[in-house]
Design a protein around this ligand. Structure first.
Ligand SMILES: NC(=O)c1ccc[n+]([C@@H]2O[C@H](COP(=O)([O-])OP(=O)(O)OC[C@H]3O[C@@H](n4cnc5c(N)ncnc54)[C@H](OP(=O)(O)O)[C@@H]3O)[C@@H](O)[C@H]2O)c1
Length: 254
């Protein structure tokens, strides 16, 4: 059997209507997982569900819209997944926000709190909702999509970077707490990826040049190039790995 096989596994991927989350959900389905597509917009989620079910058969994917800022929405996401698929083996906390661009001196308390709420506390909520059943089964993989921003300083996305650094620590801490129960928690730290989220950094040719000239691979990444790391972290290929941050950035941080 392939170490990367996910047959029989159930995965929730937040923010999977497009971008990195969609690529992760699609590639997990390719490996045999049943996947839950979630974002704020029901219609966008259903489109992804239809595409996955068209390729892999009805019942492979379901849509459960949820706003990560709402605890009630996240509880419904977990409850509806359990009702439809019976269990959750893999949780990918991928959705995040970055509503503020500029130096930390200019951020309002409200903006700062929003970033911490959406990028850190909401991950904590969702993990606390899913972990008990993983612990009871002594099997589970939790993946947080952080960012190389969490490893570096920045004059413009410092607030976001603080939240992404906190995600690394969240993973380390929970890895310690859940490790004795055979539940693993890891982060992926992508570099610049061609999605709507980072559009401002790659759409304009001048910005693109700036973003990539110091990168060993001399280009930005595609969403599917993050999906392999998620499949690895979800699968038997990574059963001895926990609490880590996997950097996938075309070499930028080296
Ligand atoms: N792109 C990059 O260069 C890059 C680099 C490093 C890290 N990352 C990280 O990668 C992750 C995914 O980003 P992406 O680039 O794939 O972004 P994206 O293409 O903009 O997709 C974001 C996804 O999250 C959903 N979403 C946004 N706000 C949400 C909310 N409040 N509740 C629920 N879902 C929400 C969006 O759908 P709706 O609008 O329908 O809700 C969409 O499905 C994020 O954690 C980001 O920080 C991205």
């Amino acid at each position: 059997m392939s170490l990367f096989d996910l047959t029989g596994k159930v995965a929730i991927v937040t923010g999977s209507s497009r971008g990195i989350g969609r690529a992760i959900a699609e590639q997990m389905a390719v490996q045999g997982a049943r996947v839950v597509i979630s974002s704020r917009k029901a219609e966008a989620c259903q489109e992804v569900v239809d595409a996955i079910n068209g390729r892999h058969g009805a019942g492979t994917a379901i849509a459960v819209p949820a706003n990560i800022s709402s605890k009630e929405d996240l509880q419904r996401l977990v409850d509806e997944t359990s009702r439809a698929f019976g269990k959750i083996d893999v949780l990918v906390c991928n959705a995040a926000s970055n509503p503020y661009y500029g130096p930390m001196s200019g951020v309002t308390d409200e903006q700062f709190r929003k970033v911490l709420d959406n990028n850190v506390i909401s991950n904590h909520w969702l993990i606390q909702m899913v972990a008990p059943q993983m612990i009871a089964r002594r099997d589970g993989s939790i993946i947080i999509v952080s960012s190389i921003g969490g490893l570096r300083g920045s004059p413009t996305i410092g607030v976001y970077n603080v939240s992404k650094a906190a995600d690394f620590q969240l993973a380390r801490n929970l890895a310690v707490e859940f490790g004795p129960h055979n539940v693993r928690v890891n982060c992926i730290a992508p570099g610049l990826i061609r999605t709507d989220f980072a559009r401002a950094l790659w759409e304009d040719p001048e910005r693109y040049k700036q973003s990539t000239q110091g990168a060993p691979l001399r280009r930005i990444g595609e969403p599917v190039e993050i999906a392999g790391a998620a499949v690895f972290l979800a699968s038997a290929a990574s059963t001895f790995m926990t609490g880590q941050a996997m950097v996938v950035d075309g070499g930028v941080t080296i």
